[in-house]
Design a protein around this ligand. Structure first.
Ligand SMILES: C=C(O[C@@H]1C=C(C(=O)O)C=C[C@H]1O)C(=O)O
Ligand SMILES: [Mg+2]
Length: 441
């Protein structure tokens, strides 16, 4: 008999799951049809609700609901990956993120490290969509696990188009203000300070207050439409709070033991026409201050990868053009030693000098001492981890959405030659896309 309703199809598979299949991790799949993953996600009542789309052309789009397991440490996550790899068979995806600085209070509901093995996954790839139900039978009562999975299926509802973005009136407040920012830039560019700390990425929180914030999925869906070359993510651990973003920067991608990472740093605006745009790009590539910002990132990445890999190769500096900004980028490829894990990579690499600084510890000390806002998951990590491959973004160009306020984040690498006013303008160009969507452009 043909099954047309995907939820009924999964329930049927659940009913007929034989005892021999009830081991380790099990994923049940069924093809389905969907217009938009966020329109589906927005309607569901199961939390967490999470969206992830990698930057690569042809990447799979994921929307996930609920949790079969949650991991609040990299060690716990790595242990689980190892357990399931040992059992063999299908292997799950884990989605989640990490804060910028676990040594600070951070945001409520956003732990230092939080990865989820979702209960339900909706994937879309090259037009075809698959709805999956995930189950775990190792160390669990099979009857209870099946009952929980069924309850989650029963809670699913049909997708609906996302609401339109309504215009809102926002009250803007920057933390720090420009004057305080200038003082910080002055301190970092003081020759004595530069001697021991050549780069500090200072950041700003722009708080937009309103009577009622827009729907985060409607906002992300519009934002994503103009950010094709970026990662796109959103997460809600509970109903009235979301963290969304379209970051252009990859922390790393691992396929087996092949590692791809990058130094993305150094910024200019887009030109008003092609000749001016090309001129700005050429100036950026030749500019000493911006080259130094980028160099700080790749040097530290190379130093950290070196003990973990062989055949490390770095490409030429080139320009990445985004909607409102252009950046300098260098791609790095490496072959990881056979025993190197995501836990090791995630312990070693972040925060990179694209968001922290050089040396890491002295830059973090400066940031902790001066920034009054909590970065939380801004300038942290977000993405997907699995046994076969992992893909993670650096969480820049993002927004925290509460019930009455949107908090936007932007940072700028301060090095020798940084001018306070120019760096302040760079912060504004980095939030230009989302500001214009909010009618504040
Ligand atoms: C810290 C951010 O971006 C980083 C800083 C950049 C710079 O100063 O040129 C460019 C890209 C990133 O390395 C951010 O966007 O918030
Ligand atoms: Mg810069």
């Amino acid at each position: 008999m043909m099954q047309f309703n995907p939820i009924e199809a999964l329930k049927h598979q659940l009913d007929t799951l034989c005892d021999t299949a009830k081991t380790g991790f099990v994923r049940l799949n069924t093809p389905c049809q969907v217009d938009g993953l966020m329109g589906w996600l927005n309607r569901q009542s199961v939390y967490p609700r999470l969206y992830w789309h990698s930057r690569d052309a042809d990447a799979i789009e994921y929307a996930t609901l609920g949790a079969v397991n949650v991991f609040d440490s990299l060690a716990a996550l790595e242990a689980d990956l190892a357990v399931l790899a040992e059992i063999g068979g299908q292997q799950p995806n884990y989605f989640g993120g990490m804060a910028f600085d676990p040594g600070t209070p951070g945001w409520e509901h956003f732990p230092a490290c939080h990865f989820v093995l979702p209960r339900i996954e909706l994937q879309r790839h090259q037009g075809g969509a698959t709805l999956s139900l995930n189950l775990r039978f190792d160390g669990r009562c099979p009857t209870a696990e099946i009952a929980q999975a069924r309850a989650c299926l029963d809670a699913l509802v049909e997708e609906q188009p996302l609401p339109c973005l309504q215009p809102h009136v926002y009250q803007r407040e920057d933390r720090p203000r420009q004057q305080e920012w200038a003082a910080w830039v002055g301190k970092v560019t003081n020759p004595d300070h530069l001697m021991h700390t050549p780069k500090v990425v200072l950041s700003r929180e722009t708080c937009l207050t309103t009577s009622q914030t827009p729907n985060p999925w409607a906002l992300l869906s519009r934002w994503q439409a103009g950010a094709a070359d970026c990662f796109q993510f959103g997460v809600q651990f509970e109903p009235h709070e979301a963290f969304i973003g379209c970051p252009p920067e990859r922390l790393y991608k691992r396929e087996g033991q092949h590692l791809i990472t990058e130094a993305l740093a150094g910024t200019t605006r887009r030109g008003r026409d092609t000749p001016q745009d090309q001129m700005l790009a050429a100036e950026l590539l030749a500019d000493k201050k911006n080259t130094l910002e980028n160099q700080c990132v790749y040097q530290q990445l190379l130093t950290q990868i070196e003990p973990l890999a062989h055949q490390v190769h770095m490409g030429e500096a080139h320009i990445v053009k985004l909607r409102s900004v252009q950046h300098i980028r260098r791609l790095i490829h490496a072959e990881l030693h056979s025993n190197v894990t995501d836990q090791q990579l995630l312990s070693a690499l972040p925060p990179t000098p694209a968001v922290g600084g050089v040396s890491r510890e002295s830059a973090l000390a400066f940031i902790r001492q001066h920034e009054c806002h909590q970065r939380g998951w801004y300038s942290g990590v977000f993405g997907r981890i699995s046994h076969a491959s992992s893909d993670l973004a650096v969480t820049i160009r993002c927004a925290h959405i509460g019930q009455k306020a949107i908090r936007l984040y932007a940072g700028a690498g301060i090095v020798a030659g940084s001018q306070p006013d120019e760096e302040w303008r760079e912060l504004d160009t980095k939030i230009a896309d989302i500001m214009s969507l909010l009618g504040m452009g």
